[in-house]
Design a binder for this molecule. Structure first.
Ligand code: ATP
Length: 433
């Protein structure tokens, strides 16, 4: 029977002893407290997929803080943070490897797409609230049964068959974020929805379930989707599952979108290799690309619903993008080109490089701006200009801008010729010689 499979050999092979020893200690301490603990969720699934699970989730039939406290007292070097709001604890071992402790819970959905009412429950209730059978398996951690699999919904068989199956027919109505979670899992693990779940999906869409989901929750899921490495692959699922409406009014007209997004990803990788310390939200350039042929009015409609950061810059980028090749062509001087790029966000520039990949002049100009022009140190800062005799105020800002442009155009390169240049422009009085 699937339920009694002992996974010890597999666990040892996949994870090695350090991780297992830590789990054993937690299981033993939980047992002493009379609140059994189980390994749950993605880590169990990933074990069967032979993928290394970075995050471990432990479900406890009882108080997580009490267990965390006992672990701190008994495990050398262990410490924890308790999050009262969620009743969860993050337990760290002496090496700083973290693990999540959450209390087993029973969930009840008072209304479709609403947040559930939560009560303490046992491991079976905790597995019953989960999204897919492949995510509803647990491994016992108590010393007598360490490594025994609990698989009440036969997730192992679904995993082998590559099927994502909900635990009951109302699952997507209870929580439509599961649809997008499913899309991510299907993409990452090359799985498909089980036949009856395709039917459930259809019913959920007929019920317009996503309109009942808060914009913040929807956006959170969409962001995860946009950040998928396999996003270009996920697009065919968006079509097959009829979910494009979540991102655009109509599916993309041509089938160039996967290539476009892949190019975008390549540009993002290029930039992070150039500037590893520069933070960049991957989802913004991806969204820019997905929206590059959508009307601003339609885009506004989406943006009104989601808490997207920097939305006015995103809209500004989308406004500039179509005319960019022409605008750049008209700009003759390097400073004029740089000024155009300066009005576009870094995300927008990366999107432009993907859209106009067959325009080497544009791509080179974008690279030059990102690599050199935007970071060029000015020969003088505002304070130095003041010591040279210029007054503070708007005119100082204007002078700084002129200096920057002269520098971009190769007219000046150091303090000395910058000072001469300022004299020539009549901004500084001539040298008293
Ligand atoms: P990964 O971390 O690799 O993306 P994961 O399965 O660990 O995969 P999490 O988002 O960390 O994903 O969720 C942990 C577990 O919590 C899942 O395996 C699933 O059992 C459960 N879960 C998460 N979100 C939901 C949801 N909306 N409905 C039901 N169960 C959920």
């Amino acid at each position: 029977e699937a339920d009694s499979a002992n996974l010890l050999p597999l666990l040892e092979k996949q994870w090695g002893t350090a991780r297992l020893d830590h789990l054993r200690q937690i299981g033993r301490i939980a047992q002493q407290l009379g609140t059994p603990a189980y390994l749950v969720g993605g880590a169990v699934r990933d074990l069967f997929l032979k993928r290394y699970a970075p995050d471990l989730d432990v479900a406890v039939e009882g108080d997580t803080r009490m267990l965390a406290e006992a672990c701190k007292a008994q495990i050398h070097g262990a410490h924890y943070q308790f999050h009262a709001q969620f009743g969860t604890a993050i337990l760290e071992d002496s090496q700083g490897v973290a693990l999540d402790l959450a209390q087993c819970r029973l969930e009840h959905y008072p209304a479709p797409a609403a947040l559930p009412e939560v009560h303490p429950g046992n491991i079976h209730a905790d597995l019953a609230r989960r999204d897919f059978t492949v995510n509803a398996m647990a491994i016992r951690l108590d010393p007598q049964h360490f490594g025994i699999l609990l698989d009440p919904y036969d997730g192992q068989a679904d995993l082998q068959a590559g099927l994502l199956r909900t635990l009951h027919s109302r699952s997507f109505l209870d929580d439509p974020t599961r649809i997008l979670r499913g899309l991510r899992f299907a993409t990452r693990f090359q799985m498909d929805l089980a036949p009856e779940c395709h039917q459930q999906l259809k019913q959920a869409l007929q019920a317009d379930i996503f309109t009942q989901l808060s914009g913040a929750r929807l956006w959170r899921e969409l962001r995860y989707l946009l950040e998928l490495e396999a996003l270009p692959v996920a697009l065919s699922l968006l079509t097959a599952w009829k979910l494009w409406f979540l991102l655009r009014p109509t599916p993309p007209a041509s089938n160039t979108m996967p290539t476009l997004l892949q190019r975008g990803q390549e540009q993002i990788q290029w930039l992070s290799a150039q500037f590893p310390e520069e933070p960049l939200a991957i989802f913004i350039p991806m969204l820019t690309l997905i929206w590059q042929d959508v009307t601003l009015r339609d885009i506004q409609h989406y943006l009104d619903r989601w808490p997207v950061p920097d939305r006015s810059q995103l809209l500004a980028d989308l406004r500039v993008l179509p005319g960019l090749p022409d605008t750049l062509l008209k700009a003759k001087r390097p400073s004029q080109k740089a000024n155009i790029w300066q009005g576009v966000s870094v995300a927008g520039i990366l999107a432009a490089m993907a859209i106009y990949a067959d325009n080497p002049t544009l791509v080179d100009s974008a690279r030059l701006y990102l690599q050199v022009q935007r970071r060029l140190p000015s020969p003088f800062n505002g304070q130095e200009l003041q010591t040279l005799g210029l007054k503070a105020g708007p005119s100082l800002g204007k002078t700084l801008k002129l200096l920057r442009e002269a520098q971009l155009d190769g007219e000046i390169s150091n303090k000395e010729n910058a000072q001469q240049w300022l004299i020539k422009q009549g901004i500084l009085p001539p040298n008293p010689l």
